[in-house]
Every structure is written in C-alpha cells, then in structure tokens.
Write a protein that binds this ligand. Structure first.
Ligand code: SAH
Length: 563
C-alpha cells in the first residue's frame, strides 16, 4: 500500500513559509494550522494535542513545526501502547533544524533527509546503524520485507561492534550502503524468497516477488501451497483471484491473515497463462495443488497487478465539528479515491489531497448520485458518499441500498459496501440541551417530498398521543412553508403549552445556536431548514444551569418515580 501523505502541523504564521517549502517536497501533504492564528492553511484545528494524537493514531506521518519537547510531551501517553508507529519529526519553525523523533522503522530518517535536503540543512540523525552504514538495514525499501526484527536489531549491533558481513542475493539498495563487506564473514544478509527455518548469523530479507493465483471457487489454503512450493510466506506480494470471486469471504479472510493485497482479474481457462499475462515482468510459473504460483526476478508492485475490489462507503460526518466525526469515517475519507455528495457536505468532509476526486452534486439528485457511486466503485475505486449526521437517518444510505437493490449488475453487487455511522443532528442537539430524548422518542422528517402529507399527520397524531418525545428533521423550507404550523397544531392536541421544546440550529457548526422554549411559545418563524426541533413528552423537565440557560431532560422512568 502506498504510504500516507504526511501532515504538516503548524502553530502560528511564523512557520507558514517553512511549511510551504516542505509541502513542495510532499505535494500531497496538508498544512494544518491553529484556527484563529493562521490563515491560508489547508486545514484548521482547534486543539494541538488532540490533533497530533489523532494523526498519530491514524498512522499519518507528522511533521510538526515546533519544539521537539512539545511533540514528545503530546504523544507521550500513546507511546507505550504501540508497536508500529508513523514517522514523527520536529522541524524548527525557521527551517534551520530537522529532528526525526519516532518511527525509525517507518522511514523517519529517510524523511528527515528529504526534508533537510529541501530546507538545505543537515538532518539530526541519531540512529547509530543508519549513521554508520548510511541506511537502515531494518527498514528495507518497499518490495522487500524484513524476516525478524529482534534478530535484526542484534545483527545491527554486531555490525556496529565491528563484525563484517556477506550479502547473498540481490539487494540494490545495500550496494550503496557503507557495509563492512567480506566474503568470509560469519554474518550474512540473505535476500531471497526460499522458505526455511531462520539460521543464526543470517539476517533474512524477503523480496515480495511471489503471486498465488486462486482459480474460481478453489479452496483457500495459501500457507500450505507456499510451503509445498518451498516459498516463504513473507515473499508473497499478493493473491490474485478471478472477478467472479470478488465477494468470496474466504479469500478476503486469507489475504488479511497474510497481510497482503487481494487483486482480481477476469478469468481465463488457462490459469498459468492468465497469471503470466497479468504480471508486468517475466515469471517462472508453476502449478501447486489447486493454485498457480508465479515467482519473478524483481519484487512486484501489487498495485500494478489486476485490480482491487471496489469499495463504496456511505459515511456520516456527524453534525459538523471534526471532534464529533467517528474515527472510522476519518480513516475512510483518508483512503477514498472519490468523494461524492452535496457540495456543502463534501467541503465539510475535506480538505482532500490532489489525488482524490471530488464529485459535487445538487442535494436532490440522490438516486443519480448513488448510481454514480456504484459505477465508480465497480471499476475498483474506493468511493465515499458523504451525508451529514448519520447516513441512515434521512440521508444517502437508504438511497445507495435502493440503487443496489434495483440493479441487476453483478459488478455492483460485488462492491465492498460499508455504511459508517455518524452522530445524527437529533442526538447532537439533545446532548447540548441535556437529555430531552432520555426516554422513548420518535424521529420524523416533516418533509412531504417523498411521502404523502396525510401519513405525516397520522404519525404525528399517534406519536403525540403515545406521549413520545419528538424529534423533527426537515421541519420547514421555502417550498414547504405551512407544514410545520399544522404539525404543531396536531401535537398541541395532546401536549400542554408548557411542554419543553429545544431548537438546535447549525449544531456543531460555526454560529450554532441552541434555544429552549415551550410548545405554547413556539412559532414556525423561529425555525428554518437548518434547525432540529425536539419536543418533550409529558415528563420532560427543565431547570436552570449554572452557566445560564437551561438543562432539559426526560427522566428514564415513566408514571411514578421508582423508589
Ligand atoms: N442525516 C442527517 C439528517 C439529514 S435531514 C442527520 O443524521 O443529522 C436534514 C435535517 O437535519 C435538517 O433540515 C435539520 O433539521 C437537521 N440537521 C442536520 N444537521 C443539523 C445541524 N448541524 N444542526 C441542526 N439541525 C441539523
């Protein structure tokens, strides 16, 4: 998988010039600036600590333009928990110093050199092996994997203690390293894809030059096949399967257990020929049991073999504030190749890298957007459809499923479809007011665009009669001016004028407002299409809060208070 674009994090305008020079070296990197302090950045954050920790937990390489100590202190609570970590660097705001801090195995020293070159300074590399040999033996370039990290560490300290080493196999990057090479050395670095138990004194590096092709419907037992072929599992670059097997769970389980990509191509009768044709270099191909295995000279780039299973995720952004977006959604946006949605929401989901395609549409073209999303995903792309709040609440998830249900296109049905939840406006509003939905409640959209008004009236009447707290989405709009007034009349037939009402407008967004009023005082003019209306039940209470304003809650019990 391609490594993630780094995040350049700055605290003030004094760092912007240096940040931009670094961004020239990593054009996909986004500059994150503290809101209110720096303008003209790609993304604004409110809390430095929370932002840095979130980036770290998402494995995003971090280039922080501030004191190394600040970065260390901020990430310290997370350091013990983690085995692998992203590169983390501190860079002096004037660009005079580049300090790699964490992520030695993630290539932090490589980044330090790249940034230092861009800034025309010397990087503060402190890794002994790297200083002595000019490369990190334990971090082979992409296309190769290290056999055993612990053994590797011992190996490097032996070399640092003065031992020499033999190189067996081809490792172009080691030719440039200043290793103490000697044909007679006791220690050896061996680069090949053969299986076998590790030998003391030998550091194994495996080229990822093996592909296992799994014919349609074949049982999936890859380890066994590799063993039979005498090949190390670590040399596997990817599994290749046929398009018709794209949704087979066993294949996905096997690939994820082996931690290799699963790629697909259209089937053919001659599997060996099919496999050779799919590769971009000559390979020795042989049949092993049900499978065909190819071994190439050079390591393979799995991204160039066949195509991936397409993915379509319908995500919920939450009400707007970044802190209220679930981490799974953030990760999905990160991996997206294409982002579809109503322009306002797509903008809210950003910023995006230059390689991510944004498809903005009008809010009303929902079915068309859903079909477009499947067309893209069926080509193997990683598509995100954006909704605000939760995608399953009056939003895109149902439209996407409807499009799939109506479709007979097998490619659409094989797409990896995921629905990722978000904090819905009713819940975000309720949380700010206290707990008005703390007992049974009913969620309704007052829009009669897609359902007859008569059914809305009936449901309102029954829900109000049942004494459910009510949450109204889409309460009013220019094309639906009278409906809210009518809805309130129906509710008023079952509730007293003193019934608490919460109005949340643009909750979690800039300029948000929260009002607590009563059913008797509520008029449609106080509400617009960016408002969430919550109406209490007969038990909903209001009391003043110390900061000013009110708390609203609906007790968990009903009838009489339990003892
Ligand atoms: N899927 C969304 C709802 C879409 S319907 C969700 O789960 O939140 C659109 C309606 O949601 C708006 O008319 C408004 O009533 C409400 N809404 C959406 N975001 C809101 C916000 N940030 N503050 C208040 N109401 C909001």
């Amino acid at each position: 998988m391609a490594s993630r674009a780094p995040a350049i994090v700055i605290l003030g305008p004094g760092s912007l010039a240096t940040a931009r020079r670094i961004q020239q070296r990593y054009p996909d990197a986004l500059i994150h600036g503290l809101a209110g302090r720096v303008d003209g950045v790609d993304s604004q954050y409110h809390e430095f600590g929370a932002t840095l920790r979130e980036l770290y937990q998402q494995d995003t390489p971090i280039i922080a333009l501030c004191a190394a100590g600040i970065v260390i202190r901020t990430l310290a609570p997370l350091l013990l928990e983690k085995g692998v970590e992203p590169p983390v660097l501190a860079v002096a705001e004037d660009g005079s110093a580049v300090v790699p801090l964490l992520g030695g195995l993630g290539g932090v020293n490589v980044m330090a050199r790249e940034i230092a070159t861009a800034l025309q300074v010397a990087p503060a590399i402190t890794t002994s092996g790297e200083l002595r040999f000019g490369t990190c033996l334990l971090n082979p370039p992409s296309g190769y994997s290290l056999g055993d990290l612990e053994q590797g560490k011992r190996f490097v300290s032996d070399l640092l203690a003065g031992e020499s080493v033999r190189i067996e196999g081809t490792a172009p990057w080691l030719d440039q390293a200043q290793l103490p090479q000697d044909e007679q050395a006791r220690l050896a670095i061996r680069i090949d894809s053969a299986a076998g138990t590790p030998v003391k004194d030998e550091l194994r590096i495996y080229p990822r030059n093996v592909v296992v092709a799994v014919p349609a419907g074949a049982p999936v037992s890859i380890d066994g096949a590799l063993g039979e072929a005498g090949l190390a599992v670590q040399s596997l670059a990817c599994l290749l399967a046929v398009d018709s097997d794209m949704a087979r769970p066993e294949l996905h389980a096997a690939a994820s257990a082996l931690n290799v990509p699963l790629r697909f191509a259209a089937a053919s009768d001659d599997v060996a020929q099919w496999l050779s044709d799919t590769l971009d270099q000559p390979a020795s191909v042989r049949r092993v049991g049900d499978y065909v295995i190819a071994v190439t000279e050079q390591p393979l780039d799995a991204q160039q073999i066949g195509r991936p299973r397409g993915r379509l995720a319908v995500i919920g952004l939450g009400p707007g504030a970044a802190e209220l977006m679930v981490p799974a959604v953030r990760a999905e946006l990160e991996r997206a190749t294409d982002v579809l949605g109503y322009e306002t929401y797509v903008r809210m989901a950003g910023p995006f890298r230059s390689d991510q395609v944004q498809h903005c549409t009008d809010n009303r073209e929902e079915m068309q957007r859903a079909r477009h999303a499947f067309e893209l995903a069926a080509q193997g792309r990683s598509v995100v459809v954006v909704s605000s709040g939760d995608p399953g609440v009056f939003a895109m998830a149902a439209a996407v499923l409807e499009a799939l249900h109506e479709s007979t296109d097998a490619h659409w049905h094989k797409v990896d479809l995921q629905i990722l939840p978000g904090v819905s406006a009713s819940l975000a509003t309720a949380a700010q007011a206290g707990a008005p939905l703390g007992h049974d409640f009913c969620v309704m959209s007052l829009s009669d665009n897609l359902k007859p008004w008569s059914i809305i009236e009936k449901r309102l009447d029954l829900a109000a009669e049942a004494d459910l707290a009510l949450a109204f989405y889409n309460p009013i709009s220019r094309s639906r001016p009278w409906q809210l007034g009518r809805a309130l009349e129906i509710v008023a037939q079952h509730r007293t004028p003193a019934t608490p009402v919460v109005l949340g407008r643009d909750i979690g967004r800039p300029g948000q407002t929260l009002r607590v009023t009563t059913l008797g005082q509520l008029t449609p003019e106080q509400v617009d299409m960016r408002t969430m209306v919550l109406i209490g039940s007969s038990t909903t209470c209001v009391f003043p809060r110390a900061e000013g304003g009110d708390w609203v809650y609906t007790p968990r019990w009903y009838g009489s208070k339990p003892l």
